[in-house]
Design a protein around this ligand. Sequence first.
Ligand code: GDP
Ligand code: MG
Length: 163
Amino acid sequence: MTFTLAIVGRPNVGKSTLFNRLVGKKLALVDDQPGVTRDLREGAARLGDLRFVVIDSAGLEMAEDDSLQGRMRRLTERAVDEADICLFVIDARVGVTAADEYFAEILRRRAKHVIVAANKAEGRAGESGAMEAYGLGLGEPLRISAEHGEGMDDLYRALVPLS
Ligand code: GDP
Ligand code: MG
């Protein structure tokens, strides 16, 4: 059995870095079609013995004529609706922002399952930001580093009971 995981969160928290790590660079490149606007990028992911579909809300970084906030909301709602599990990423070095609170509210209303990940937490970085993420009320945050591959074992353990 497989499942769909949507990576959601405000721009620049490391969603695409995590997407690339989960699908592998080769697949991500194949999936990237220059000149084609694909708001939700989808890939085949593997983590340990888990195989699943992962969605990256790639369109958030593209300049469009309507407001970023409106785009963020619509894209997130689409990703959430398509997904069995949402991985809500925050930047552990920045802590919880107003935009994060806004996403948390959407996820509380719509998501079937939410895992919170405080990213950019390699080494001992971002400990207080990760603590702040508890306050989102979406469960115990994982401390991960998408760039350095840290915390992937914790992500695996969080996904297994939901898969
Ligand atoms: P997105 O906008 O949420 O998709 O974020 P990106 O994946 O494009 O990453 C935004 C920036 O954060 C880039 O400069 C990444 O290199 C950086 N980044 C992503 N993950 C990590 C991480 O685990 N640690 C650190 N220090 N930087 C990261
Ligand atoms: Mg991105």
